[in-house]
Design a protein. Sequence first.
Length: 447
Amino acid sequence: MASPAVGIDGIELWTGKLKLDLATTFAPAHDIDPNKFTKGLGLHASSLPDVYEDIVTMGANAALRLMQRHGLTPEDIGRIDVATETAFDNAKPVATYIAGCLAQVMEGDFAHANLGERKFACIAGTQALDDAANWIHSGRHRGRKALVIATDTALYERGDPGEATQGAGAVAMLVSESPSVTAFGLPQGIGSADETDFLKPHRQFPSVDGKRSMQVYLGRIQDALADFAAAGGSTDPDAHAQFLFHTPFPGMVKKAAVLGYLDGVQGTARGDALAEDLGTLAHPDTFADGRAYLDVLKAHAKHLKQTDHYANWYARAVTPTLKVARQVGNWYTGSVHVARASGLLHAAHSERALTGQPLIVASYGSGAQAEVHAETVQAGWRDEAEALTIQQQLDARYDLSYDEYEAIHAVHTYGAESNLSPRTAPSGEFVVDGRGPMGEYTYAYVA
Ligand code: HMG
């Protein structure tokens, strides 16, 4: 007997409640042309956490809203997997703090639930979805759903080139049998390597070689695409409604999309004609210098953009997945899942029919690994997309001045001093409310 479909049954997003506008606030303070951010990186703003927010509150708030919307109690959840690369505790997982928050306000507790934390930079959110799906396929779930939460406060050191790509927010997802949003396909492509272009050895903020990190990202995506094909998967651009990529900033996806598209048309008349015009695009790892590879890739992108097939594919399958990212920055582990939500939200608003159509999901985490799989959109996707309140949340963010931005960055920097008061008033949400006897953060629900 074929096993039932497993996949995503619900999605909720929670943004940090502060906004740093890159064009009007960040660019003038750094004396940089705003177009570098809005056009070059494709970013308009970063979401940042207010004084009383952190990865636990954002994750718990997304999870609470998702569970309430789906009429679930803790008894219905068999595991909570949290993906994060900004955890503040090396022993006690963030999932325990989040379960503790949820149990404060919900009927019952999570004593029966398997709680854990997944770490592999930004790809951990996708790995946690995979763990949850495997748990269901194994039959150990006893009819329960998994709650997967990707939550991060993605801050860079002040003055780092990555500072313009910061972001903070959480994505909560339910994984279940007979899911209502998307069902996971079987073929999976992986591309991993031991890399040191972006890492945090005993430090809060990343140590990053930006250009090389782009080359490594693209190299791993290329490997994962090849492995996906070897596993029987296809990335035919005409056969997939949307292509989601890990989105540290939309400009990065512009580059990754070239690889996705060329992979999809490989071996077709269109692919052969492109190879004849442009030559074959060499693997990123064959370039000693990341910048040289990025220049070659740019030339390919320029040529492709002038073809109707590529331009139409990009506008239909990629642009909708970037709409939320442009407003929030990099949410690290949540980033590719923001892309899924963004694509579905846009499709719902534009009355697109997606049920039964496949999506390609290309995740990436520094260090480094990429994963590619397909998902088939299920009949309940539109209801779920229409229930998302992310646009209202974004509109309600407090717009920081540059001085306030500097102060809030310090609030969230270990060991820095800042006595900034909250810029927003919490309501119907979890907040950080102090420290307990062991130095642990404590959390309360503000009605
Ligand atoms: P940079 O070096 O300051 O920026 O930082 P740049 O000079 O390369 O400019 C960026 C783009 O803006 C370029 O576009 C410029 O041409 C353009 P491109 O050539 O690449 O298409 N530009 C302009 N466009 C219009 N008008 C202008 C203008 N000026 C410039 N006036 C960098 C860029 C990405 C290196 C930096 O933001 C950084 O270090 N970011 C952090 C690392 C990162 O995000 N890497 C991405 C791949 S690794 C990844 O995704 C993993 C990650 O999420 C972590 C994890 O896995 O945990 C980061």
